[in-house]
Design a protein around this ligand. Structure first.
Ligand code: ADP
Ligand code: ZN
Ligand code: ZN
Length: 657
């Protein structure tokens, strides 16, 4: 008998599609994936409904080619969330559901959690922790923020809250910003929640992820641990969502739909009547501001380290005009730390060897031919590499422009630091961790575990080493160049520098009072650095909020970035300028007297070209978040697609680059 299925297809069209199937021979139900013809291609579709009555559609209904899943993979909750995302991010429901559900087709086995790691010690909460737990479990607040200094024992509070929610038969999603942290956490929870834990992150294969997804959907899992995309885990009895290190940028998706896990979590918590529990030592400015209204977000402060130890002492070294990367102060501290049998972490947020290659005769700077960014010299690859599109170019010794031999390199990254460290400390065991290294299978966990077990003296790396990790024997942290985040031309650069210093410093001396931090910079007086050094956390937030208010940036306005890109520069410019005109007209009509609602641009993006695509942008901002959304949604609805031009809309962008 012929039946019909309503199907979501991961394409940019905001509609359902109907296909037919034979209900006698084909077991098509709500929640399974099917293979269907779409134009000339075969694509995977998501069945949201089936019916036996002939639907009214204007196109010819084609039959489903094959069925992918035996058991449903999603249900009403997921479909509703996809429809909400379509409205909220102005993407299509197909793009939304394609983002939510892992693409694996068949299951594949996943490594079991290593519960044989050291026996978890029995932890008795401190009085400060206990007070926080009591407040959280009192049921008085639906959204809570644990604002606690590094080492204040937030993890234990999260886990006890999770235990209590699970004991009531509900499910918990526990988000961490980095894959490295899922490993650390997985080990801690393996014992506590035997067998009822699932892990979801992007370093797993799609087949591994789909296996975990099925276990969750089937109700076999009480606790889901994972990075950003785990916020979509198909828990039908959701009781709690935890977001650890809430301030981290990795919670925001870098591709369309550009969702933020915090926004999805807020939505899911409100729909499922679940609790939302976030935490950090450096909240995002958005959360800090929101918590000024405790009915919206209730903030709990933790002011003591569980170890009783103090925060590490921080020393700032002005390296203006210095030769070499490591200052005498830093070298001397590294030396004595290693001699004491303790460990060192060096942090630098740039990888590669040198940052720029330029000609001293004609001023030429080597850039990627496809992107408007400098190429970085990678010594181990014997190549110049573009960090935006991956372009590799062979080395040159003379200026490609004027053939002068008077050329030089400037700036440095992790690779060069590694070389200098190894030269200065030939007997120390040094290891580097950045995305170049992390390409190798299991490199991250091998290095992190090795460092924890004392196989290395010095760990140097990028962001990856900065986040939430615990190393008992670590006593010196060096921030090799704090300027590198500070100098990014973006309204969040001070916030990011501040949180980076506080977070990285927090890794040091967690278990005793010997922790030391050295910050190298040429700008010791910038507020982000001086407030972080003096530990004046609230003072930093208040003055940064003041700045944002004066400059009309978030959290005082809602900001939306529309990026037009395409290979034809003139067409990109014209499209942006046309849409800019439409916005200008609409704002004139829509804006209330005295309302802050405005357009900035159109203009070239700060990074004007990426992977052969020219980029222009329009920024819209306004004081009323939902009116900003309505305006954009209305304007975008009226736009006709222009061939060869892509429009990417980023609601609440993290950076305007
Ligand atoms: P943070 O607040 O920075 O996230 P963590 O949760 O990582 O801090 O805790 C830091 C360390 O303190 C961990 O190794 C944890 O096991 C330990 N810890 C947490 N609570 C207690 C406690 N009440 N007694 C002893 N150790 C604790
Ligand atoms: Zn030249
Ligand atoms: Zn490039």
């Amino acid at each position: 008998m012929t039946s019909y299925a309503t199907v979501i297809i991961p394409v940019p069209l905001k509609q359902y599609f109907t296909y037919s199937f034979d209900s006698k021979t084909q077991n098509v139900t709500e929640g399974v994936r099917v293979k269907v013809p779409f134009g000339k291609r075969q694509v995977i579709g998501f069945v949201v409904e089936t019916t036996s009555s002939h639907p009214e559609v204007t196109y010819e209904i084609k039959p489903i080619s094959s069925i992918v899943d035996k058991q449903p993979l999603f249900g009403r909750n997921e479909t509703d969330l996809a429809l909400w995302m379509e409205k909220f991010y102005l993407c299509s429901r197909g793009e939304a559901i394609g983002t939510m559900i892992p693409s694996g087709k068949r299951d594949s086995s996943i490594p079991t959690l290593e519960s044989d790691y050291e026996e978890a010690e029995q932890i008795t909460p401190t009085s400060e922790q206990q007070a926080a737990i009591d407040e959280i479990l009192s049921g008085r607040h639906r959204s809570i923020y644990l604002f606690g200094i590094t080492g204040s024992g937030k993890t234990e509070i999260f886990l006890r809250t999770a235990e209590s929610v699970i004991a009531k038969g509900k499910q918990v999603i526990y988000l961490v910003p980095e894959i490295t942290l899922t490993h650390q956490l997985a080990r801690i929870v393996a014992r506590r929640f035997e067998g009822k834990v699932a892990i979801l992150h992007s370093a797993m294969t799609p087949a591994q992820r789909i296996k975990e997804w099925r276990r969750i959907k089937h109700g076999d899992v009480s606790l889901v641990i994972g990075a950003r995309s785990a916020v979509f885990a198909p828990c039908d009895d959701l009781g709690l969502i935890i977001i650890d290190e809430e301030h981290e940028n990795s919670y925001k998706s870098g591709s369309s739909p550009r969702y933020h896990a915090r926004q999805i979590a807020q939505r899911r918590a409100s729909v499922s009547d679940a609790m939302l529990l976030m935490g950090s030592a450096t909240p995002s400015l958005e959360s800090y501001q929101m918590a000024k209204n405790p009915d919206k977000l209730y903030m709990i402060r933790l002011r003591n380290r569980v170890s009783g130890g103090h925060l590490p002492s921080i020393q700032v070294v002005n390296i203006l005009g210095q030769r070499g990367i490591l200052s005498p102060v830093l070298k001397q501290q590294m030396d004595s730390t290693i001699n004491d049998g303790r460990q060192v972490i060096l942090f630098m947020n740039r990888r590669g060897y040198n940052y720029s290659f330029h000609c001293n005769s004609c001023g030429f700077v080597l850039q990627c031919p496809h992107c408007a960014v400098n190429l970085t010299y990678h010594k181990s690859d014997h190549a110049f590499v573009c960090h935006y599109c991956g372009y590799h170019s062979p080395l040159v010794s003379a200026c490609p422009e004027c053939h002068s031999l008077d050329v030089s390199y400037s700036g440095f990254g992790t690779e060069k630091i590694e070389q200098e460290v190894k030269q200065t400390f030939p007997d120390a065991r040094t290891v580097r961790l950045d995305t170049d290294i992390a390409k190798e299978r299991d490199a991250i966990s091998t290095i992190i575990d090795g460092f924890r077990l004392g196989e290395y003296d010095i760990l140097l790396g990028t962001q990856m080493v900065a986040k939430g990790l615990n190393f008992p024997n670590l006593s010196l942290v060096g921030i090799v160049l704090a300027d590198s985040t500070l100098n990014i031309p973006d309204f969040r650069s001070a916030e990011r520098t501040f949180s980076l210093i506080v977070q990285v410093s927090g890794r040091s001396g967690r278990y005793d009072d010997k922790g030391k931090v050295i910050i190298q910079t040429t700008k010791p007086d910038s507020p982000a650095i001086s407030y972080a050094v003096s530990g004046k956390i609230d003072e930093f937030y208040e003055q940064e909020l003041e700045t944002r208010k004066l400059t009309a940036f978030p959290p005082f306005t809602r900001l939306v970035q529309l990026v037009f890109r395409g290979k034809n520069e003139e067409k990109v410019r014209q499209t942006a300028s046309f849409v800019g005109e439409v916005f200008a007209q609409s704002i004139k009509k829509y804006r209330k007297p005295d309302e802050l609602l405005e357009m900035l641009g159109p203009s070239e993006c700060p990074i004007a070209k990426v992977a052969q695509n020219f980029r222009h942008q329009i920024l819209i901002r306004g004081e009323n978040p939902s009116r900003v959304h309505t305006l954009i949604s209305r304007v975008v609805q009226t736009l006709n697609p222009v061939s060869g031009i892509y429009l990417e809309i980023d609601f609440d962008p993290l950076a305007l680059l």
